[in-house]
Design a protein around this ligand. Sequence first.
Ligand SMILES: [Zn+2]
Ligand SMILES: [Zn+2]
Length: 296
Amino acid sequence: MVAVDYDKIADRLAALSDEERNAFSAGSVESSLKEHARFSEAFEQGRCYICERPLATFSSENPCLHWLLKPKGFKKKHFPAVAARYSMFQIETYLRWVANTDGLAKNINALPEEGTGKLREVTVRYKHLEWSFSCTESDLRGHASTAHSNFPHFHFQMRLDRRPFINYSDFHLPLHERDVVGFELSKRMPDIFKIKFPGGEGMEEILQPQNYQVLLSKSSKSPDPEHAGLNISSMLIADDGHTIDGSALADLIERARAEGVTVASLLHTIPNASATTIISPGPAVVEQAPRNGRGT
Ligand SMILES: [Zn+2]
Ligand SMILES: [Zn+2]
């Protein structure tokens, strides 16, 4: 791999005006969404939009992302060929699209754990399939001590019905140059350069404060709390010198039930009080699959 001066690229990006940057990012979002549309149409028909074959087929001479849906014949040993052809972020994008065909965002958990030194830790689920990616600072640098891992790489886990199929420790999968560029730039300029997955938004993207109003208006109370994608809890505080009218609150809860909307979305209608709503991942959100051990 040719040595790339990431500081220089970061400087150039930082020098762009907001307008130039937005135009660039809007263009790439648009082309991803077009690709996503092609994916969705084919996926609904049980067909792969990349190789054009049925999703249930496998032929070892043509490595394809749809192999990760576990067609008959796909084995652990075939995975490195997929990772050689497609970059980590391409694989992740594809799996996120697959996951979102079965309920928006709740099947994708990339919520960062603070202070873990992990660059990427994400678990994606679709029905009985679960895939996880892990890349730490030390994976990106390459563990210098051993020849089989002294290059930028990531780790991958796949489970079927919660049973291991590929383990994190099975492979050191080389990062493609575009992965390394993505990591390096997002480290150097986290506010400007963000890795995005249009059409594959997970909990991390959904739970941004600017989306709260939309989430509240689109959420409905789950008939079965165990299957809720979001936890919405609210606090109502009376303004100074006022008390909250209990009967108005009771009416509002009744109204929310009748209309099938969340109580939180109506709270602002209670007079002389202010409502604070906290939105967090609900019980149906896929859990991150932990990667234990060191030096793997
Ligand atoms: Zn395919
Ligand atoms: Zn490693």
